[in-house]
Design a protein around this ligand. Structure first.
Ligand SMILES: Cc1ncc(C[n+]2csc(CCOP(=O)(O)OP(=O)(O)O)c2C)c(N)n1
Length: 374
């Protein structure tokens, strides 16, 4: 196994000093190490993986140096456009060292949303003509791999991908566990929202633990899962799925249970939610200021004012809550008011270690959900 600190030192020794990306569970320890050890300004957690490629391009233009961009392989899709139409040798020829966590590696157990992406990841890189190498094992091999990767990036002035497999890194825990004064956990907030729903209300929940918590709570209530669409992949797109439903089912209330990291990932969608003036559209952001599902790395969630953004883009009802009483009151308001509605619930980062995973397949989820909608 590779120590995150050793890899970080190897990178710095080879003049990789700027880090950006979107966190991933496989890269969790490495991300935590960068957060704790890179000097201020040398590490930016980006909105999405494409944006991270953009930052790496800007960094290179300004310094002539190569940045490291880390991501889960789900994020490769977000990165494809700036990689092919900007960084590519046939366009601006920008060196970028990518580090990609390989979820869904063939032969390894993983969730349904990771299987296809895991199977086609290397073929995607090949199609994009981006060379790659697994970075594993002992420090001597890692040093050699890194040297080869960087000489490719620098000589060809082009992107190169280092692939990290599950379990490749030793554990390193984020120093600032983000203990928060906020009384509610994300799961508490989800329970309060679900308890307030009427039987006809529709839920679309975001990628990561939120959907798992929704699933488990419905299980506990013995209510079935047909009211919920779990956005297990496609991080950042839950609100547009919600809008697509809300437009067609105007007599039903449609709730999006979103995450701060997910909203920020594709924040432009908020503009469309506001513009569309769908009276039955309710956007609830469970803001824990972190990518809670993949290691708790900070987002811009607590540094920005989501409510002001919602106001500026035209949501009609805008509310915030932090404790049970406020959440209950806000939900009563939401039920009485005209949408598009926005409710930010600020929560702490705590989560249950024994949280399960959906036992219903995505196709089963889709079939029962569509039945419920009709
Ligand atoms: C495109 C893409 N990039 C990265 C991931 C990995 N990922 C899964 S959940 C998650 C964190 C989501 O953060 P947030 O929306 O704030 O919700 P929280 O986990 O904090 O509840 C990340 C980064 C992903 N699934 N898809």
């Amino acid at each position: 196994m590779l120590s995150p600190g050793t890899l970080f030192d190897l990178l710095v020794a080879q003049e990789i000093e700027f880090f950006t990306g979107v966190p991933d569970s496989i890269l969790k320890s490495f991300c935590a190490y960068i957060i704790d050890h890179s000097p201020k300004g040398n590490h930016i957690i980006c909105a999405n993986e494409g944006a991270a490629i953009g930052l790496a391009i800007g960094y290179h233009l300004a310094t002539k140096k190569t940045a490291l961009v880390y991501m889960q392989n789900s994020g490769l899709g977000n990165a494809v456009n700036p990689l092919l139409s900007l960084a590519d040798k046939e366009v601006y020829a920008i060196p970028v060292l990518m580090m990609i966590g390989w979820r869904g590696e063939p032969g390894c157990k993983d969730e349904p949303q990771h299987k296809k992406q895991g199977r086609v990841m290397l073929a995607m890189l090949e199609a994009m003509e981006i060379p790659y190498r697994l970075i594993t094992g002992d420090i001597t091999t890692a040093r050699k791999t890194l040297r080869e990767a960087l000489s490719y990036c620098r000589e060809k002035s082009a992107p190169f991908a280092l692939i990290v497999r599950a379990g490749d890194f030793d554990t390193y825990n984020l120093q600032d566990a983000g203990k928060s004064h906020l009384p509610l956990t994300r799961e508490d907030a989800i329970k309060l929202v679900i308890n307030s729903l009427s039987d006809e209300d529709i839920v679309v929940s975001t990628t990561g633990m939120s959907s798992r918590e929704v699933f488990e709570y419905r299980e506990k209530l013995n209510r079935g899962h047909d009211r919920d669409f779990l956005t297990v992949g496609g991080m950042g797109h839950a609100s547009q799925i919600t809008l697509g439903i809300a437009h067609q089912k105007q007599e039903r209330k449609v709730f999006c249970l979103d995450g701060d990291g997910a909203v920020i990932m594709h924040m432009g969608s908020m503009a469309i939610n506001g513009q569309q003036k769908c009276a039955n559209f309710i956007h609830i952001v469970l803001n824990n200021g972190a990518h809670g599902s993949v290691g708790g790395q900070p987002t811009a969630g607590f540094d920005i004012d989501f409510k002001q953004v919602a106001r500026a883009v035209g949501y009609r009802t805008i509310l915030g809550a932090e404790n049970e009483g406020e959440v209950m009151q806000a939900l009563r308001m939401v039920n009485k008011s005209q949408g598009p509605s926005f409710l930010e619930i600020r929560v702490n980062k705590h989560y249950r270690k024994n949280l399960g995973r959906p036992t219903v397949s995505p196709i089963e989820n889709k079939m029962s959900f569509m039945e419920f909608l009709s």
